[in-house]
Design a protein around this ligand. Structure first.
Ligand code: ADP
Length: 459
């Protein structure tokens, strides 16, 4: 039997006992009192009736009849005269005290308990005055042995004990049945969690009662599903990383080999090979830096230097860094920004990283036309739009482009030189700085990214 069943069982049994024991005690007391009261009532009534039916203290026949009656009804009686002297009795003659006599002579009944030292017995007694022709003539006492009351009380007590023991065992059975029923899902959950820890993520908890235990079971199932998803994503990521590294490294190896074996014809060709090696190394470095950044962001380990910054200033420095590229590609740059300061609470360097990533994409995926950069503020937010007239993104791809390594038109992506991580980094950086980023695009027309950040007062 499992420990939990034992524990639950013991707790429940203690509870049952805690209820049963005081209950039996109280029931016993109630029954005893009830019997004593009944007996007193009985002898009070008898003594009243007997005293009332006495017509003379000298009538021996009548007195004998009462003595016989007492014998048959298992009672004791004694009769006193008006001076308290016992004139007839069935074995326990007890003279009256002055006080008692006084009370009786006033017509009041008395109740007195008598200890019979000889038989080690206690009698309950009740006496009524005998009044004949309005004169106090004596008293009639009826006694009954406490033993008579003890007997039914004992029977009731035995019955109580028996039913308590019965209830105890029935309770015991029910308790162990219930606690077993409760502990089974727990045991199943224990097994399932061990399996999950061992890496078997297809295991599920099947017993799901409609209570907290069921919620726990569901949580364990959810954990298994999530861990499974995490594991799949992780292997996908490793596959992606290996894939991303393989191509540039193949280039590096090939061109290094060509150089070592002097497979070039002119000095110009040699320089070209060296350029390729340098570019591919840069690409690998970018990829590794991006991956490192992204993993830090996703684990929440990134340190932001948050302060009140003017987004216009950040945009201007970012534009300075890419102007040359735009010019080289023969594209137009159209900038339209609010004259007012647009203050947000963010990390300046990270904001620059966001803008540069989006600018580089806009330049990379645009062959002719313009790149528009706009910034404005409303009451609550600051908005930045980066729009181009480039190749665009098909509608069905739009929800996916913020995912790591997701590229539209895979075959061409490498020609553009991206790592496939730029937008994932943008989204992460925007979100950890409490902003939002949305995209809209039309194939062969252009793409528009809009960023919004909560506006703050100049600090
Ligand atoms: P990459 O390094 O490949 O550019 P990103 O994460 O920055 O990776 O972008 C993901 C994909 O989204 C890109 O491969 C590209 O296909 C598409 N994309 C991003 N920006 C633009 C844009 N301005 N115009 C057209 N396509 C874009």
């Amino acid at each position: 039997m499992s420990k939990i069943v034992m524990k639950l069982g013991v707790i429940m049994m203690c509870l049952i006992l805690a209820v049963l024991l005081p209950l039996s005690f109280v029931a016993d007391k109630i029954f005893s009192n009830f019997y004593y009261n009944q007996m007193i009532e009985e002898i009070a009534e008898l003594s009243h009736k007997y005293a009332g039916s006495m017509t003379s203290l000298d009538d021996d026949t009548m007195i004998n009849m009462f003595i016989n009656l007492a014998y048959f009804t298992n009672k004791e009686i004694y009769i006193t005269d008006d001076s308290g002297e016992v004139i007839a009795h069935t074995g326990i003659p007890i003279p009256l005290t002055k006080n008692e006599l006084g009370q009786l002579s006033k017509g009041e009944p008395i109740q007195k308990n008598i200890e019979d030292g000889e038989n080690d017995n206690v009698y309950l007694g009740y006496g009524h005055p005998i009044i004949i022709s309005n004169t106090f003539e004596g008293a009639f006492f009826v006694l009954t042995s406490v033993d008579n009351a003890r007997e039914p009380v004992r029977k009731v007590r035995d019955l109580l004990i028996l039913s308590a023991v019965g209830a105890f065992f029935v309770g015991l059975g029910i308790t162990f049945f219930l606690s077993r029923k409760m502990s089974l899902p727990l045991l199943e959950m224990e097994r399932a969690t061990r399996e999950i820890a061992r890496g078997n993520l297809n295991v599920r908890v099947n017993t799901l009662p409609n209570d907290e235990l069921g919620s726990l079971g569901k949580a364990i199932n959810y954990l298994a599903v999530e861990t499974n998803e995490y594991r799949t994503k992780r292997s996908e990521l490793f596959a992606n990383i290996s894939h991303e590294l393989r191509t540039p490294i193949t280039y590096l190896k090939g061109y290094a080999n060509a150089l070592r074996n002097n497979l070039y014809k002119t000095e110009e060709e040699k320089q070209q090979y060296l350029n390729i090696i340098e570019n591919e190394s840069d690409h690998i470095l970018r990829l590794i830096n991006d991956l490192f950044d992204l993993s830090k962001m996703e684990e929440g380990r990134i340190n932001l230097q948050v302060e009140a910054i003017n987004i216009i200033e950040i945009l201007e420095t970012s534009i300075l860094k890419i102007e040359l590229e735009i010019e080289k590609k023969g594209l137009n740059l159209v900038v339209g920004m609010d004259k007012d300061d647009l203050i947000i609470s963010a990390d300046g360097n990270r904001m620059e990283q966001i803008f540069i990533n989006l600018f580089v994409n806009a330049i990379r995926y645009t062959t002719e036309g313009s790149i528009y950069i706009r910034a404005w503020g409303d009451k609550d937010n600051v908005h930045v739009v980066i729009e181009d007239t480039g190749i665009g993104i098909p509608e069905e791809e739009l929800p996916l482009i913020f995912e790591r390594f997701h590229r539209v038109e895979k075959s061409r992506s490498r020609d553009y030189g991206g790592t496939g991580l730029g937008l994932a980094i943008v989204k992460n950086l925007v979100e950890i700085q409490h902003g939002t980023v949305t995209v809209s695009s039309e194939k062969n027309k252009g793409t528009r990214f809009e960023l919004s950040f909560p506006r703050v007062e100049k600090g």
